[in-house]
Design a protein around this ligand. Structure first.
Ligand SMILES: Nc1ncnc2c1ncn2[C@@H]1O[C@H](COP(=O)(O)OP(=O)(O)O)[C@@H](O)[C@H]1O
Ligand SMILES: [Mg+2]
Length: 375
């Protein structure tokens, strides 16, 4: 079905996480930017229930609009990667969803998968593991770095060991909380209020509360535990919220972007509401208004952190910078940051002269150049 001249890039998007529609919008941007003379693309959507379906390559379908975003719907066509091979097949299913074997056709041998899935089962190492098992190259971070960065507890443990300031924090599980809440409370008290209570593995600010005193703690812990049985509690970091993109290219070099700053205007912090529903709640400045030395320090720390987690290809690294004390605290690493043409990551690279199509091309080239097996 595909010609063998150009490498086959599978653009994989949608997915079962809450960020399905954002992922589709990203796919629109990426599909519009891939140079079809160099690569041949095949779009694969994952429906909200987790079914893999062939999708049109036309990028215009996937944009976010006022009426919401695009949702992948599973009709009677499916695609699959044959386990242990790079072969992408397509087939029809009957009304019960069972494969009609006579309809199976081979689409081609996959050269690179470009995963555009945010959150669990996309950004957390699970998809990366599936692809590794078949020896398929893919854009972005590998299994371990994806899994570590999706988990705020593991991120802080690894980066703290690498000498990066990750602030003051403590963690406990539902079992710890039920068994000995007093010692959990004591550890939290030692951080000093206010604190931020978070699920260790979520995203989009889901389940996160700012807690001003002990009386608000129980509700915040319950809320975080409704997303994840492990909770992390952090001392509030006073300061500016600044971010830096990292790009790893095929020649083995790493490039840091310009620094972006998020200024939260109406909400108390950059919560779910301000991220997705209230465009007036935040201002994004790029490049951020920072002395050159501070910007350089943020870039250098971002590169050290990316290497400490063994990042590959792409990540956006988020910090708090306190102007009064000069303290720079690393908050988190996003291994698949927002990547629509309007997102902060491409904007921060635009500010150092790297365009969105150049980013897309560089990321695919970096993936295509990877050796197979353990890296
Ligand atoms: N320790 C902290 N001090 C101050 N603000 C924080 C702290 N942790 C989180 N926040 C605020 O909450 C937002 C979401 O937290 P974050 O850890 O980035 O979660 P997510 O992974 O959901 O993006 C941040 O962008 C910031 O505005
Ligand atoms: Mg964040």
């Amino acid at each position: 079905m595909t010609d063998s001249q150009r490498p086959l890039v599978v653009v994989l998007f949608g997915g079962t996480s809450g960020e399905h529609q954002i992922s589709c919008a990203t796919a629109g941007g990426v599909l519009a930017s891939i140079n079809e003379e160099v690569w041949q693309t095949f779009a694969v959507g994952i429906s909200p229930e987790g079914l893999w379906v062939p999708m049109p390559n036309d990028p215009s379908a996937y944009a976010l609009s006022d009426s919401g975003g695009y949702t992948v719907e599973a009709g009677d066509l499916r695609v699959a990667i044959l386990p242990g091979t790079k072969t992408l097949i397509q087939y029809e299913v009957d009304e019960a969803g069972a494969m009609i074997v006579a309809t199976v056709t081979t689409i081609g041998e996959i050269d690179v998968v470009f995963p555009l899935l945010h959150g669990p089962f996309g950004e957390d190492g699970t998809l990366q593991g599936l692809l590794e098992m078949s020896g398929i190259r893919y854009v972005g971070c590998g299994v371990a770095s994806s899994a570590v960065c999706q988990d705020k507890y593991l991120t802080k443990t690894v980066l703290g060991a690498a000498g990066i300031d990750v602030g003051e924090w403590t963690t406990f599980t539902r079992v710890d909380w039920q068994g000995d809440a007093a010692s959990c409370r004591e550890r939290i008290g030692q951080l000093g209020y206010p604190v931020f209570v978070k699920p260790t593995r979520a995203g989009s600010s889901l389940g996160i509360s700012k807690v001003d005193g002990p009386s608000e703690l129980d509700a915040a812990v319950e809320e975080a535990m409704s997303h994840d049985p492990r909770v992390i509690v952090e001392a509030a970091s006073p300061g500016r919220e600044v971010e830096c993109g990292v790009l790893g290219t095929a020649d083995g070099s790493l490039t840091a972007s310009a620094i972006g700053e998020i200024r939260v205007l109406t909400e108390e912090f950059y919560d779910y509401e301000s991220k997705y529903f209230d465009p007036n709640a935040v201002a994004l400045d790029c490049p951020a208004d920072l002395p050159e030395g501070v910007a350089r320090r943020i870039q250098e720390t971002a590169l050290v952190a990316f290497e400490a987690v063994e990042g590959e290809g792409i990540s956006r690294i988020d910090f708090f910078y306190n102007e009064e004390t000069g303290r720079l605290i690393l908050n988190e690493i996003n291994t698949l940051p927002g990547f629509t043409p309007a997102s902060l990551y491409p904007t921060m690279f635009g500010a150092v002269g790297i365009t969105y199509p150049q980013l897309v091309h560089a990321l695919i080239e970096e993936a295509a150049a990877r050796p197979e097996g353990l890296r």
